[in-house]
Design a protein around this ligand. Structure first.
Ligand code: FAD
Length: 391
C-alpha cells in the first residue's frame, strides 16, 4: 500500500491531522492499534481552548459542539475558604473556553472521517517505522494475522506518550526534558449536576481539588492524591467528604453527591522531547510532550501542533515550499514550552508538595491573594488559560 502521509495513532492529534490533510487534498492513512470504541471511550480532556473550537468549526465537525458545548467566560480559584472569579473573556478581548468531553470530540471526528472516506486502519498491531532518514520511509504492521507494509512520503507519530514513534529517533539526536510530580489526580465522573456552572480550582492544606463537568447533568471532580494511593481505598463517600472539605463551605454548599461510574488515578508529569522532527518523521501531541492536566492543555497542544503541521504539508504539496516542514519543530516548540510553563506554574501554586516547608505554602497563598486583586496577574492567567496564539 502507498499513501502520502502515514499517521500513527487515531487519538485527537492523529484525527485532527487526518482531517486537515484530507481538506488540503493530501492522501493520508491512519494506523491505530486499538478499535474505535476503545479510543472513543477514554475519559480524558474536557476543556477546549478557543483555537480548538475554531478548528472544529473550520473542519465542519462542530454541529454537536455548538449545541452541547458549555461556553465558559470565567473560571474560579479557591483558597483558605475564599473563592474568586477570573473573567477570562473580559480580560482577553472575548476569548472563552468550552467544556466538551474528549469522548465527544473523538465521536465527531470519527463520524466525519467515515463520511469523508479518511482511511483509518484499526487494530493495527506491531506498528514499526522504517528508514525514516531516507526519502522512502515505510511502516509495517500486523492486521488480522497478516504482515502489511505502508509506503509513504512522511510519517507522523501521533501515538501518545506510550507509542512507538518517539523511540524511532536515535538517542544521540534527541533531548528529553522531564519533571515528574510527587502526586497524582484521583478523578471521578458522576451523573449529578455540577456544583457550579463554571470550574472551581481549589488549593487546600490537604491538597488540590477541581470541580469540573461534562454537561449540565454530569460532573467531573478531581482531588490530588499520593501516587501510590489505591482506588479501593476511596469509596465514594470518602471522596465526596474530601472534595467538599477542599472546595470549602462556599465552594461546596450546592454539591450534589451520587454514585461515581468512573474512578481513576492519573500521574502528573511535564515532558518535552526535542526536536519534534527527525528525517521523514514528525511528532505531534502527547508523543512529543506531556503536561500535567492542571492547565487543561494536553489536547489543545495536540491541536496546535497539527494545525502548524497541516499548514506546512499544504504548503509543501500545494505550493512546493518545504519551509513550513523545515520550521515545524521550532515553531511548534515555541508554543509547547509556553504551555508547559503555564501548566507547571498552575500546578505549582495549586498543589500541596510533600516535604516542603511552611514557607512554600505561604508563597502559594501570597500568589493566590495577588491573583485575587491584581488585574495584571489575572490577565496573565486568563490569556494562557484560553490559549496563546500560534506564532
Ligand atoms: C485525566 C486526564 C485529564 C485531562 N484533561 C485535559 C483537559 O481538560 N484538556 C486538555 O487539553 N487535555 C487534557 N488531558 C490530556 C489529553 O487527554 C491528551 O493530551 C490528548 O489525548 C493527547 O492526544 P494525542 O492524540 O496526542 O494522544 P492520545 O490521546 O494518547 O492518542 C494516541 C493514540 O495512538 C494510539 N497508539 C499508541 N501506540 C500505538 C502504536 N504503537 N501503534 C498504533 N497506534 C498507537 C493510541 O491507542 C491512541 O489512540 C487530560 C488527560 C488525562 C489523562
Amino acid at each position: 500500500m502507498r499513501t502520502q502521509i502515514a499517521i500513527i495513532g487515531a487519538g485527537p492529534a492523529g484525527l485532527f491531522l487526518g482531517h486537515l490533510l484530507h481538506k488540503a487534498g493530501i492522501e493520508v492513512t491512519i494506523l491505530e492499534r486499538k478499535d474505535r470504541a476503545y479510543v472513543e471511550g477514554r475519559v480524558r480532556a474536557g476543556v477546549l481552548e478557543q483555537g480548538t473550537t475554531n478548528l472544529m468549526k473550520q473542519l465542519g465537525v462542530d454541529a454537536r459542539l455548538k449545541k452541547e458545548g458549555l461556553v465558559h467566560t470565567s473560571t474560579n480559584l479557591a483558597y483558605d475558604g475564599e473563592i474568586f472569579r477570573i473573567n477570562m473573556a473580559e480580560l482577553t478581548g472575548g476569548s472563552t473556553v468550552t467544556v466538551y468531553g474528549q469522548q465527544e470530540v473523538m465521536r465527531d471526528l470519527f463520524d466525519a472521517a467515515a463520511e469523508r472516506g479518511i482511511k483509518i486502519i484499526f487494530d493495527a498491531g506491531d506498528v514499526t517505522l522504517h528508514e525514516i532518514e531516507s526519502d522512502h520511509p515505510f511502516v509495517t504492521y500486523k492486521k488480522d494475522e497478516s504482515e502489511e507494509r505502508l509506503d509513504c512520503d512522511y510519517i507522523v507519530g501521533c501515538d501518545g506518550y506510550h507509542g512507538v514513534s518517539r523511540g524511532a529517533i536515535p538517542a544521540s539526536a534527541y533531548t528529553a526534558f522531564e519533571r515528574v510530580y510527587p502526586f497524582g489526580w484521583l478523578g471521578i465522573l458522576a451523573d449529578v449536576p455540577p456544583v457550579n456552572h463554571e470550574l472551581i480550582y481549589a488549593n487546600h492544606a490537604n491538597g488540590f481539588a477541581l470541580a469540573s463537568m461534562r454537561s449540565p447533568t454530569r460532573s467531573r471532580y478531581y482531588i490530588q492524591c499520593s501516587v501510590d494511593e489505591k482506588i479501593e481505598d476511596w469509596p465514594d463517600e470518602r471522596f465526596w467528604d474530601e472534595v467538599c472539605l477542599r472546595l470549602g463551605p462556599e465552594g461546596s454548599h450546592n454539591l450534589v453527591r451520587g454514585p461515581s461510574f468512573e474512578k481513576t488515578i492519573a500521574p502528573l508529569r511535564s515532558f518535552v522531547g526535542e526536536p519534534m522532527r527527525f528525517g521523514r518523521l514528525f511528532l505531534a501531541g502527547d508523543a512529543a510532550h506531556i503536561v500535567p492536566p492542571t492547565g487543561a492543555k494536553g489536547l489543545n497542544l495536540a491541536v496546535s501542533d497539527v494545525t502548524i503541521l497541516g499548514e506546512a504539508f499544504a504548503e509543501f504539496y500545494n505550493l512546493g515550499s518545504p519551509k513550513g516542514l523545515e520550521g515545524y519543530s521550532a515553531r511548534a516548540l515555541k508554543r509547547v514550552w509556553k504551555a508547559e510553563r503555564f501548566s507547571w506554574w498552575f500546578t505549582s501554586i495549586m498543589h500541596r508538595f510533600p516535604n516542603t516547608e511552611a514557607f512554600d505554602r505561604k508563597m502559594q497563598i501570597a500568589e493566590l491573594s495577588y491573583l485575587k486583586t491584581s488585574r495584571a496577574a489575572q490577565t496573565t492567567l486568563a490569556e494562557n488559560y484560553v490559549g496563546l496564539p500560534i506564532e
